[in-house]
Design a protein around this ligand. Structure first.
Ligand SMILES: Nc1ncnc2c1ncn2[C@@H]1O[C@H](COP(=O)(O)OP(=O)(O)O)[C@@H](O)[C@H]1O
Ligand SMILES: [Mg+2]
Length: 363
């Protein structure tokens, strides 16, 4: 996928911005607080219907405005089709998602259109972030490559919500466990899909990990299904019934799945340097982009925020080259233009300069 046109209204300090991004590299430069990250945040908001900087949607609407809007013309390579995608958020909280001139049926419909990845200093990374971050990483991949995922997840979530409600309301054991069949059926399918995805992803990460600058031991990713090892999900559910009743929610299941990332058989977060951890983080995201490309033909949009602050020069250069080779559409922010020096001449590119929320295309 790629954005051919982008129109942003009242998103943070961006009052009204119109851009025609290049197919591959878009470099955004400007002083601190000019609006660079806000541009990436707006693109991410369009693609995911949530911000990567805040959980308070009202803070992303420009001060004094009553609503924000982000609209893009999106090209899909796999079918060579173009459509309009839009998101509008009111200060009152109302959210409208549009695809091809119609209201979207769900967030999933938009997310499916615009696979997006972000690598940024402020975004919690896979290693030191919490399980939520790793689950998101895992689910992102399954969502985009496994078409049954969303449907299965909806069934599972419904059963989980009903069971949790029965637990909270202190209903009888019979009324609580009435949901177990559904929970187990869909829960096991989810566990399988998530685990299969991680298995198939790892070989894609290896080439990106093997660089001279960073000497890793062998990297492994262990999938943790969200229940104790050596036990089946049904056993875990039965055994934790009392715990669940006490706490008012279901303790075990794929909604609690996690990944343990290891280097040389030890938890990577404990033994790798900060620099190595950042490298591992970006290598795993690159692997997802590549895996998606190979399994579905879909191209990702990749956002790199303040990348020279996040990675050293050599690694920034190799990351850019890898991403350009995968034909992603890149949006990169930086204080200066020096990143362009690392980019081959023939890459389709555009340089934007931003000042106080106003963008100017320089090349
Ligand atoms: N809701 C908002 N309305 C208007 N301006 C905002 C809002 N939220 C943040 N800002 C301002 O937007 C400016 C741009 O921020 P940011 O995009 O993070 O800058 P950069 O990444 O270029 O350093 C900052 O000055 C910030 O204070
Ligand atoms: Mg910034």
């Amino acid at each position: 996928m790629s954005l051919q046109k982008l129109v942003i209204d009242n998103f943070r300090n961006l009052e009204h911005v119109r851009l025609e991004p290049a197919l591959h590299l878009n470099l955004v430069t400007g002083a601190n607080a000019s609006g660079k990250t806000s541009l990436l945040e707006a693109i991410h908001y369009l693609a995911m219907a949530r911000s990567f900087r805040t959980n308070k949607p009202s803070s992303i609407i420009r001060y004094g405005a009553t609503s924000l809007q982000v609209v893009a013309t999106v090209h899909r390579e796999t079918t060579d089709t173009t459509t309009h995608i839009g998101i509008e958020r009111q200060r009152s909280g109302d959210l409208t998602l549009r695809v091809g001139g119609q209201d979207a049926r769900s967030r999933a419909e938009i997310i499916e259109w615009l696979p997006i990845q972000i690598i940024a200093a402020g975004v919690p990374a896979l290693l030191e972030g919490g399980p939520n971050e790793r689950r998101r990483f895992n689910d992102w991949g399954v969502f985009h490559v496994e078409h049954r995922f969303m449907e299965t997840w909806r069934h599972y979530r419904k059963a989980l919500q009903q069971r949790n409600r029965a637990l909270r309301e202190g209903l009888s054991e019979q009324l609580i466990t009435a949901w177990d069949d559904e929970l187990l059926r869909y829960g096991k399918q989810l566990i399988q899909m998530k685990s299969d995805y991680i298995q198939s992803l790892l070989p894609f990460a290896e080439p990106y990990l093997a660089t001279e600058a960073h000497d890793f031991g062998p990297i492994e990713i262990e999938f943790r299904p969200g229940h104790p090892r050596g036990q089946e999900l049904e056993e875990a559910l039965t055994q934790s019934l009392n715990w669940d009743r006490e706490h008012g929610y279901t303790h075990y299941g794929p909604h609690r799945s996690d990944l343990v990332i290891k280097s040389d058989s030890k938890p990577a977060v404990e033994i790798l340097s900060r620099g190595q951890q950042k490298h591992l983080n970006s290598a795993l995201k690159l692997a997802q982009v590549h895996h998606l490309r190979v399994t579905t033909g879909k191209h990702c949009i990749v956002l790199l925020d303040d990348i020279t602050a996040e990675l050293d020069q050599a690694h920034t250069a190799s990351l850019l080259q890898d991403l350009l080779q995968l034909q992603t559409q890149l949006f990169v922010t930086s204080l200066d233009e020096s990143i362009m020096d690392h980019v081959p001449r023939d890459v389709d590119r555009r340089l934007f300069h931003v000042e106080h929320g106003r963008f100017e295309a320089v090349i």
